[in-house]
Write a protein that binds this ligand. Structure first.
Ligand SMILES: Cc1ncc(COP(=O)(O)O)c(C=O)c1O
Length: 401
């Protein structure tokens, strides 16, 4: 009676973590510190509530699925500023798809970009391993084979898509890439992005660039897919980038993001969304436009994360294969056995971490790999708590691991 493919979706990391720690408790009297969820806890810009209030009458209307002109213009202006795109490259009416947060878009786009058959076979969707679980859910629900491509220290924590077998690439419909990467914080440079865009154009593949951590970086701003398209002459064929206010502006509860790029994909995506997509309420569109227009709060936010990474550098350098992530807000620590370390951290230090194993799967499919789960030796820590709490958590971790 039910879709049999969904049997493959039984490994959501937070459910597994709850089960792992169900019978364990932190030491009595010790204040627990939760570093599992990538849910920002810095303040969001205070003007958001005012703009929502000013547009209250919008709750009484069905909002336009494609967004108001003002909203799409604000997004286009932000893309132009952030990536120094040439004027006219982004047409707000043709290249932008507003989303209720990027997760629903990253999921639904697979319905747009995965045909029933590619190269006479079941289509493949390439996904970095470890991965954001939405990608696998999207591939499976679209009837494709999710093919996990290992991302390890040896590959610079990015998937080596251009090194894959041509036979696999011919049946690949869709590629997901997350840069800055969740969980490792690696950033794809322009040369990497250029090679990947060219690969996708050669093999007729849709490239989905999940750039939702693009505004949280330690040194240099990560390059973006559209920036590279601009350098390749301005053509955005095959490329769709995804951006969100959840991490940039500490607004995961506003549910606000967008996709931008290839006009044919954007138009087809909007067509599908007009049948089954969730529309952003008008007050949310107005508030989102104001937030995309403001950079001051983004700089403040980045500085708050940088201070925490400075503490991590000071406390963890030379341990656990420590690398200061280039972007994003996660630490990805090599602790030997991530599941065991997670149990120890919770029961002896009251620190809740996420085992890297739960973010990956064994890699032994058509993309190669040695059968191991590349996440197994690691834990992921989200540096979302306040500085003092983060510092305390890292001290406790250093003591017990
Ligand atoms: C890699 C990655 N992509 C996308 C998202 C979705 O974010 P949102 O739906 O809040 O825009 C998340 C959220 O944690 C994420 O970690």
């Amino acid at each position: 009676m039910l879709n049999p493919h969904l049997e493959h979706l039984k490994d959501y990391p937070f459910q597994r973590l709850r089960e792992l720690l169900a019978d364990t408790a932190p030491p009595p009297g010790m204040q627990p510190i939760n570093l599992t969820l990538g849910e920002p806890q810095h303040p969001f810009p205070p003007f958001v509530s005012d703009v929502l209030n000013q547009h209250q009458e919008g709750y009484g209307k069905y909002p336009p699925l494609a967004g108001t002109d003002a909203y799409r213009n604000a997004i286009a202006e932000w893309l132009n500023r952030r990536y120094a795109l040439p004027g006219g490259m982004i047409d707000p009416g043709r290249h932008i798809v507003p989303l209720n947060g990027t997760r629903e878009g990253l999921y639904m786009i697979a319905q747009v970009a995965v045909p029933r058959v590619k190269d006479g076979r079941r289509p493949a969707v390439l996904i970095p391993n470890p991965f954001y679980h939405c990608y696998v859910g999207a591939a499976v629900a679209a009837g494709a084979e999710p093919v996990l491509v290992p991302t390890t220290a040896e590959t610079g924590f990015l998937p080596d898509y251009t090194g894959l077998d041509e036979d696999l690439l011919r049946r690949t419909a869709l590629i997901y890439l997350c840069s800055p990467a969740n969980p490792q914080g690696a950033i794809a440079d322009k040369a990497y992005l250029r090679r990947l865009i060219e690969l996708c154009r050669n093999f007729d593949i849709v490239l989905l660039l999940d750039e939702c951590y693009a505004e949280i970086y330690y040194d240099a701003p990560p390059p973006g897919g559209l920036e590279v398209c601009a350098e390749l002459g301005g053509d955005m064929s095959n490329v769709l980038v995804f951006h969100s206010l959840s991490k940039r502006s500490n607004l995961p509860g506003l549910r606000s993001g967008f996709a931008a790029g290839d006009p044919d994909i954007a138009a087809t995506f909007l067509r599908l969304r007009s049948y089954g997509g969730a529309t952003q309420p008008l007050p949310v569109q107005a508030a989102s436009a104001a937030v995309w227009r403001d950079e001051a709060h983004v700089e403040t936010n980045r500085a708050l994360y940088r201070a925490k990474f400075d503490v991590a550098i000071q406390k963890l350098s030379n341990r656990f294969g420590f690398r200061n992530p280039e972007g994003g807000f996660f630490l990805w620590l090599d602790v030997g056995d991530g599941v065991e370390a997670t149990k120890t951290l919770w029961s002896e230090a009251g620190v809740r971490a996420l085992p890297g194993e739960y973010l990956g799967r064994p890699s032994n499919g058509p993309a190669g790999g040695d059968g191991g789960n590349p996440g197994s030796p690691y834990i992921r820590l989200a540096l979302v708590a306040e500085l003092a709490q983060t510092s305390e958590a890292l001290d406790r971790l250093s003591q017990v691991l």
